[in-house]
Design a protein around this ligand. Structure first.
Ligand SMILES: [Zn+2]
Length: 264
């Protein structure tokens, strides 16, 4: 059994932010790989709330290739008040996990980044496990993974990763950082960018809300589902799609939340 009390903190130091070296395939053209190296030497015991803030800041900055995020953006992302964000940011700055620049723009420190990436890794591995082995549906995995990601046993995650066969993407098509902290950042194309008459397959979804994922399931959409954009309605940019030979009309907002790979 892994020694209790001591929990290892994966310090993942940022090494490089390179363009992919090998010849890229179509879907990889605008992807780049981020490399981290992991060492197991520090211990840091963060609360669930602190971890959620780090993850929110990761989603608003690193994941979308942005340098910083504002207090209001954080408040929206976490559904809390800006005052709560300020309170927590103060705490995270003392712990050297978050930095703020002028005008209150927030960013993760190197330590903050490694903590956030570890959380993302745990979250996505748990989602994969729930989906593949416990019969959870696409729209159910996120809520449960939100709870499981806070378990602090490095051995558990290492074994889970091995048990799953070191998967590289989760059930939503999002990249799972590997045990060295490496992952590729994809510039994803949304359904909005697909012209009428074109075919594409679903590679990921942006919105992880239960309401959205239920709608996705009801429309018969999953990862790798083939969609043909039949028509884009001029009035409100809603779209008529052909999914499994059935015509479905979806809103612009819906299309913005579905990531696809175009087929020729
Ligand atoms: Zn999730």
């Amino acid at each position: 059994m892994f020694s209790t009390g001591l929990f290892l903190y994966l310090s993942i130091s940022f090494i490089a932010f390179n363009e992919k070296k090998k010849t890229p395939t179509d879907s990889e053209i605008s992807n780049h790989q981020v490399y981290f190296s992991i060492s197991l030497f520090r211990s840091m015991n963060l609360s669930k709330n602190e971890e959620d803030y780090l993850k929110a800041l990761f989603h608003l900055t690193m994941e979308v290739d942005a340098e910083t995020a504002g207090t209001n953006q954080m408040a929206d992302e976490l559904s809390v008040s800006p005052a709560s964000v300020n309170g927590m940011v103060k705490k995270l700055k003392t712990k050297k996990l978050v930095d703020s620049e002028k005008y209150g723009k927030l960013k993760l420190t190197e330590t903050g980044k490694s903590e956030a990436i570890l959380l993302i890794r745990k979250h996505r591995l748990w989602e994969t496990f729930l989906y593949e082995h416990l019969n959870f549906s696409w729209d159910e995995v996120h809520e449960v993974a939100e709870q499981l990601e806070h378990i602090k046993s490095p051995k558990l995650i290492q074994q889970l990763d091995a048990f799953l066969g070191n998967p590289s993407v989760d059930p939503h098509g999002d990249v799972i950082p590997n045990s060295e902290g490496g992952f590729s950042m994809k510039s994803k194309k949304s359904l909005v960018e697909v012209q009428a008459g074109q075919k594409c397959t679903v590679v990921a979804v942006k919105d992880a809300s239960v309401a959205f994922l239920q709608m996705v399931s009801e429309l018969g959409i999953g990862l790798q589902t083939e969609i043909r954009v039949k028509h884009v309605h001029e009035f409100d940019a809603s779209r008529t799609l052909l999914i499994n030979n059935l015509e479905r009309v979806v809103s612009l907002k819906f299309s913005e939340n579905v990531f696809v790979k175009e087929l020729n």
